[in-house]
Design a protein around this ligand. Structure first.
Ligand SMILES: [Zn+2]
Length: 342
């Protein structure tokens, strides 16, 4: 596999809208009118559809759209030892999710993402596939802790089990792993140990490691970004009209930066021209970083947008990037290799 990529490699954050028929299949399965095996087939088919759409849009580093995951904490909590579910809790508006409780020591039972990674690889248009995994801090923050003395203690144990999962993924051939930590900047008083916990979770993971951070108070986490043992940080920026790049510059963040150029909270489709101009503005402002250190992505997962809108947004992202790529000069190329040993 070639480890070089074009300048400004395009990627996705992970989730993509589930086809309507997959949602129907899940409904049928929940009422016993579809067999487990048939549902698996529907999941597999939907992964093919997602990869086909990512490929048609021209995304350089796709994912499988997280078709098999209802929710980013629940999926793992259901598969690890130590968790229990009592029932759905209301989170915002009329949205409910099943918040897990930790009732005993968390433990790693078996690989959780390896089969889905292998399936996606077998049908992918590119070997440059990314796998996403929820990070230990967000897992701890979004669970009830009914066992450990502190959230910190729980998060450290979660770092160990997520590390075991990442090792399984590397063994299965994963070349890019993205750790999702949307909660990492929720509590200012916890961010110091949260960084340690993330670093513990990626120890010994010597493939490309990306950290995804999105909505929230960036001033809490940005001063710590250089301490994180990850190669790249990808961020929601479009939604903030790129204001946070001032902080990136102020703290001279030396990581590769995944620039969020697509707002996932609106159905308005950005134009390619807008994407090219935005990217150009970011690269010019962050002129202390060489061009090969920039990647391009939407702000966050696209799962809540209508499928057609998600696809159009990806196409604009890629076409806008292509326009700037053709004008950009660089002595070095972006790489899929890790930038340092962990
Ligand atoms: Zn996000």
């Amino acid at each position: 596999m070639s480890s070089t990529l074009p300048l400004l490699p395009t990627t996705v954050i992970g989730s993509y809208p589930r086809p309507k028929w997959l949602r129907e299949a899940l409904r049928l399965r929940s009422t016993g009118r579809m067999k487990e095996e048939e549902l698996r087939e529907a999941f597999d088919d939907s992964v093919q559809v997602v990869l086909r759409e990512h490929g048609l849009a021209g995304v350089d580093v796709p994912t499988d759209g997280e078709m098999r995951r209802d929710e980013m904490v629940e999926f793992f909590a259901e598969r690890l030892g130590g968790f229990k579910f009592y029932g759905p809790v209301r989170v915002w508006g009329a949205n409910y999710y099943r918040k897990p409780s930790v009732v005993s020591k968390v433990s790693y039972r078996e690989p959780m993402l390896v089969d889905e990674f292998k399936y996606a690889s077998s049908v992918s248009y590119t070997p440059n596939l990314k796998v996403t995994i929820t990070g230990p801090y967000t897992m701890a923050d979004w669970s009830y802790n009914e066992y450990y003395k502190s959230k910190e203690e729980l998060a450290h144990d979660l770092a160990k089990v997520m590390n075991a999962e990442m090792k399984s993924l590397v063994e299965a051939g994963a070349k890019v792993i993205q750790v999702d930590e949307p909660a990492i900047h929720t509590h200012k008083s916890e961010v110091d140990w949260a960084v340690h916990v993330v670093n513990e979770s990626v120890k010994g993971i010597n493939v490309k490691v990306v950290l995804h951070v999105c909505y929230g108070d960036y001033s809490i986490i940005f001063p710590k970004l250089n301490e994180l043992l990850v190669d790249q940080v990808n961020l929601a920026l479009k939604n903030y009209d790129y204001e946070p790049i001032k902080l990136l510059k102020r703290y001279r963040i030396e990581k590769e930066i995944g620039v969020g150029v697509i707002d996932v909270h609106t159905n308005r489709v950005e134009t390619p021209d807008e994407v090219a101009k935005d990217l150009n503005r970011v690269l010019k402002y962050l002129d202390y970083l060489p061009p090969h250190k920039f990647w391009v992505n939407p702000d966050c997962g696209l799962k809540l947008r209508p499928r057609k809108v998600a696809f159009e947004k990806l196409k604009s992202m890629v076409n806008g990037t292509l326009a700037l790529r053709s004008r950009l000069k660089s002595t070095e190329e972006p790489t899929l290799k890790p930038l340092f040993s962990r």
